[in-house]
Design a protein around this ligand. Structure first.
Ligand code: ADP
Ligand code: MG
Length: 456
């Protein structure tokens, strides 16, 4: 590291220090250095060295944007970043260790916790701190926090059910994370109903059921995701029954998730059902618009992506499942990189339109169907809908039709304008903006949009 690079990096870190918490700073940023810097055509290419691949992954995925913005401010020119695993050349020398006393002990703790998390098969990144709470998941969240604070005593088992992508796995993993962070020596294990089944089958086949039992029956916290999977499998349910009893009677905590309520898991043994009923059963409903916005903001921030609020709302009104958010954001980032484009609502819109065409998941309908459906839904004649009246009861439905054609069917602005009474593309753009904005504040508009979509 030349003196210059060193100064640039220490300035960068000084500036970052004020925008993140001290824990985050000493955990992640103090383990980085500037390992290479080149300038070509007024653009800097910067290589950030990280002490381990774990640091690299986290810093790269979560703080890319923050580091880039900071460097741009300091260097005054555009910067492209890359991250590598590399020891700091100053490692071991006194001057590199100005963070050292705090950092060394934190590093030990961190390493211990990281090892414990890996051993427990807990994926990093699903924690309470990045779980957004709203009315749909408030109960489940409170129960999970109670269990994390007092494992084995608050509610046992905790049974969380709900549809796909509502955050069941995230919440369950957050409990494991919290328990291990407080106490890395606890025995915690995350597994799916499928993992559990495979383990047993293997145990029986290889005559290693004892190993299996040692692995599962001595846990302090057992996190079993998608328990519905074991229903109807006799040997598996039998083994699970004994596992459950062994863990809970030794004071351990069990958390289960399911994609449906207990009463709808057919072929689940009665004795298991009654065990589960003895604990706490909570459900999580589908996230509403506000919660989806919050989740999108969290995920964008983790990816170092700056998303304007309109873009967040546009995505939230188009993606109903939180599960699709990450995939979409990844796609957005790479598309923006490839085209070197700033992320604007128009850009997000075009990509959402594409997504619709590609997977056909949202609406596969002809423009005429949308017009017919809206005409029926609002009881407004088609001629009026496509006509020139500016009266609100006609103009608002017209804007909703334009919005749907643009964002849900993916038609270009010009085409939408042509379909809706030969209007100019700027009128369409205005309508899309207007409805996007209204949908974030007005439940009635969201209901209208959903009503039309459902009737398609
Ligand atoms: P489930 O297990 O219910 O199918 P997941 O826990 O896998 O759902 O969640 C799907 C995705 O949505 C994950 O990326 C998760 O982090 C995210 N997610 C869901 N609910 C929330 C929430 N309330 N806050 C933050 N992220 C959430
Ligand atoms: Mg899940």
């Amino acid at each position: 590291m030349s003196l210059d690079n060193k100064t640039i990096w220490s300035d960068t870190l000084e500036s970052i220090k004020v925008s993140v918490s001290p824990a985050i700073f000493s955990t992640w940023f103090s383990q980085t250095h500037l390992s290479d810097l080149n300038e070509t055509n007024g653009r800097f290419t910067i290589e950030v060295g990280c002490n381990s691949s774990f640091v690299k992954n986290t810093v790269e995925t979560r703080y890319y944007g923050l580091i880039q913005d900071t460097l741009i401010k300091i260097l005054g020119k555009p910067c492209d970043l890359s991250f590598v695993v590399k020891e700091s050349p100053l490692q071991g020398k006194k001057e590199a260790l100005s963070f050292s006393p705090l950092f060394e002990s934190e590093k030990d703790n961190l390493e211990e916790t990281q090892n414990a998390l890996a051993k427990a098969k807990i994926r990093p990144g699903y924690t309470f701190s990045n779980f957004a709470v709203s009315s749909s998941n408030q109960m489940a969240h409170a129960a999970a926090e109670a269990v994390a604070t007092n494992p084995g005593t608050a509610y046992n088992p905790l049974f969380i059910w709900g549809g796909v992508g509502v955050g069941k796995t995230h919440l369950m993993v957050a409990v494991g994370h919290s328990v291990l962070t407080a106490n890395p020596s606890h025995k915690v294990l995350f597994c799916t109903g499928e993992d559990f089944t495979n383990d047993i089958v293997e145990g029986i086949r290889n005559k290693t059921t004892q190993t299996f039992r040692n692995k599962y029956r001595r846990l302090n916290v057992l996190l079993l995701d998608d328990i519905q999977f074991i229903a109807g499998k006799d040997a598996v349910q039998e083994e699970f029954f004994h596992t459950f009893n062994a863990v809970t009677s030794a004071g351990g905590q069990v958390i289960l998730t399911s994609d449906r309520p207990l009463s709808e898991i057919s072929k689940l043994e009665e004795r298991l059902k009654s065990r589960f009923e003895a604990g706490l059963i909570v459900d999580i409903a589908a996230p509403d618009f506000e919660l989806r916005c919050a989740i999108i903001q969290i995920k964008a921030k983790e990816k170092g992506l700056e998303l304007p609020m309109d873009a967040v709302q546009l995505i939230a009104s188009n993606l109903e499942s939180a599960r699709k958010v990450e995939g979409f954001l990844t796609k957005l980032i790479s598309a923006a990189k490839v085209r070197r484009m700033e992320i604007t609502t128009e850009f997000v819109e075009s990509l959402l339109g594409k997504g619709v065409e590609e997977n056909g998941k949202l609406i596969k309908a002809k423009p005429q169907d949308v017009i017919d459906a809206a005409s029926k839904y609002f009881s407004v004649g088609k001629r009026a809908l496509l006509g020139t009246s500016r009266a609100r009861p006609i103009a608002r439905p017209r804007q909703i039709v334009m919005y749907l054609l643009r964002t849900h069917l993916g038609f270009p602005l010009e085409e939408v304008g042509r379909l809706i009474g030969n209007r100019d593309h700027t009128t369409v753009m205005h309508a899309v903006k207007k409805i996007t904005h209204l949908a974030s504040a007005d439940a009635q508009i969201r209901e209208d949009i959903l009503g039309i979509k459902n009737s398609l």
